[in-house]
Design a protein around this ligand. Structure first.
Ligand SMILES: [Zn+2]
Length: 180
C-alpha cells in the first residue's frame, strides 16, 4: 500500500484534479464538507459492491455503478450511457483493500458450494457458472487492476477525466494513487 497518497486537506489534491469534481468528491467524503444541492451530475463513480464501503456524498452528485472489484469491463454500455445521455465528464474508479475479487480461485469451493446450498443451483450448473465467470472478475492485485482499468477507460474515452482512487476499509478514507 506504499503507493497510496493520503488526502487530508485541499493542498493534498493532485494538480490534475484541482477544481474538478474529483476535488469536490474528496471535500465531501474525506473532509466532511456540508452538502451542496445538485440537480445535475457530471460524475460517474465506479466502485466495488462490497458492503463495507460507504460514500459520504449528496443526493444527485454522481451516477454509480457497483460491481465486484469495481470492474467496469462488462458495464461498457452503462458507462457510455452515463456520458452520452447523463452528461458525465469525469469518472472516479474506486478500488479498495481486502477485495473479495482477489484470488477468486481460492474460494472456488465456497462459491460453488454456496450456490448449491444457498441458492438451490444444481451442482453441474454451479461448476459451469464459476468456470465461466471467475476469469472475468478475478483480480491479482487491487491496485494494479485499478490502474489498468483507469488506463483502459482513458484510452476509450479520451475527453473524460478518469481518476483512480483507493478506499481503505479500516479508516473509511479515500486516497490517491501514485501512478508513477
Ligand atoms: Zn471489492
Amino acid at each position: 500500500m506504499e503507493r497510496l497518497i493520503p488526502v487530508k486537506t485541499v493542498d493534498d489534491i493532485l494538480p490534475e484534479y484541482r477544481d474538478t469534481p474529483v476535488q469536490t468528491f474528496f471535500e465531501y467524503h474525506n473532509f466532511r464538507k456540508p452538502f451542496g444541492s445538485y440537480t445535475d451530475s457530471k460524475m460517474l463513480i465506479g466502485m466495488c459492491m462490497d458492503k463495507r464501503i460507504h460514500l459520504n456524498i449528496p443526493d444527485r452528485f454522481a451516477f454509480t455503478i457497483r460491481t465486484g472489484g469495481a470492474n467496469l469491463r462488462y458495464s461498457a454500455f452503462n458507462v457510455s450511457y452515463a456520458i452520452a445521455v447523463g452528461g458525465v465528464r469525469c469518472i472516479v474508479l474506486i478500488g479498495h483493500n481486502d477485495c473479495g475479487m482477489v484470488n477468486l480461485y481460492s474460494k472456488k469451493d465456497q462459491i460453488v458450494g454456496g450456490l448449491i446450498e444457498g441458492a438451490g443451483m444444481d451442482p453441474e450448473q454451479s461448476e459451469d457458472h464459476f468456470r465461466n465467470y471467475a476469469p472475468m472478475f478475478e483480480i491479482d492485485s487491487e491496485i494494479e487492476f485499478l490502474l489498468s482499468e483507469a488506463a483502459r477507460l482513458r484510452k476509450k474515452y479520451p475527453k473524460i477525466l478518469v481518476a483512480p482512487l483507493f478506499y481503505i476499509i479500516e479508516d473509511n478514507q479515500l486516497y490517491f494513487l501514485d501512478e508513477g
